[in-house]
Unconditional design. Structure first.
Length: 264
């Protein structure tokens, strides 16, 4: 019987010969970052916070977190669950900023252009203790939605991909309003760029879970260790992100953009 794998070091080896996983080439988080201090391994259907939040879809990933659409089993609605890497969970920068702003948001209409923190909790996993932030569910970023617009289809080499003039103006206006709200409350956003601008979506609270959940057959990328052993620190598969671009409110009177990732 093969011996179980040893605990991987917190630091990623400099040599690729010491990597644990066969390269997937998938456009998602790096498998080698699933190690102590790194990402928490999430599988669709996992439940968090004492059985409250059930993960049904991957919305995105970054250097310090993965973001999932989750069903709130207590309140019968959906949330975005942002799970920080364990090494970042000891820093309360983003949490402190968001908690401060949430107390001020009720009286300022410009606050509608900053993402809303609903609650926070911690989760113990094989890679450490992870800070989990719960937000209202949002659509894709301004960096990615442009490629989904009908007027930009099909995507072709040499064909310009841009927002219609009215949308570009709205994106800029809402970004400036969000920044004005932050600045008047003593907060400076450290990374204003299209990847941190999110589009608001229609209310999905009455949409069935079956309509929103991710199809694993086409979006799950199996992970395989080089030594063939079962890894205890990573999920069985990585998931390609599936943004809620089809739920974005695209009518001129309804379009809304919000600043996110305030702890950057």
């Amino acid at each position: 019987m093969a011996s179980p794998p040893s605990t991987p070091p917190a630091r990623i080896p400099e040599s690729s010969n010491a990597f644990r996983f066969v390269s997937t080439g998938a456009p998602c988080e790096w498998a080698e970052d699933y190690r102590p201090g790194g990402f928490h391994p999430v599988n669709l259907g996992d439940v968090f916070h004492d059985g409250r939040y059930k993960v049904i879809r991957k919305l995105g990933d970054g250097s310090y977190s993965t973001v999932w659409l989750a069903a709130d089993l207590r309140k019968s609605h959906y949330v975005a669950l942002k799970i920080m890497v364990a090494k970042a969970s000891t820093s309360d920068t983003e949490l402190a900023i968001l908690a401060h702003l949430s107390q001020l948001a009720r009286e300022d209409p410009k606050s509608q252009h900053v993402t809303t923190l609903l609650e926070t909790f911690t989760h113990q996993g094989p890679n450490g203790i992870h800070r989990c932030l719960v937000f209202e569910p949002m659509g894709p970023t301004a960096a990615s939605l442009v490629e989904e617009l009908p007027e930009n289809q099909p995507i072709m080499y040499g064909k310009p991909v841009r927002y219609p003039y009215w949308m570009a103006r709205k994106i800029l206006l809402h970004t400036l309003r969000g920044l004005a709200f932050l600045h008047q409350n003593g907060v400076v956003h450290g990374d204003v760029q299209p990847g941190n601008l999110l589009f608001a979506i229609d209310d999905i609270s009455s949409v069935s879970e079956d309509q929103l959940k991710q199809d694993e057959t086409s979006t799950a990328v199996p992970l395989q260790r080089v030594d063939g052993k079962v890894d205890k620190w990573a999920p069985k598969a990585l998931y390609l992100k599936q943004s809620l671009h089809e739920r974005v409110r695209l009518a001129p009177e309804d379009l809304c953009v919000k600043l996110s990732d305030l702890g950057a």
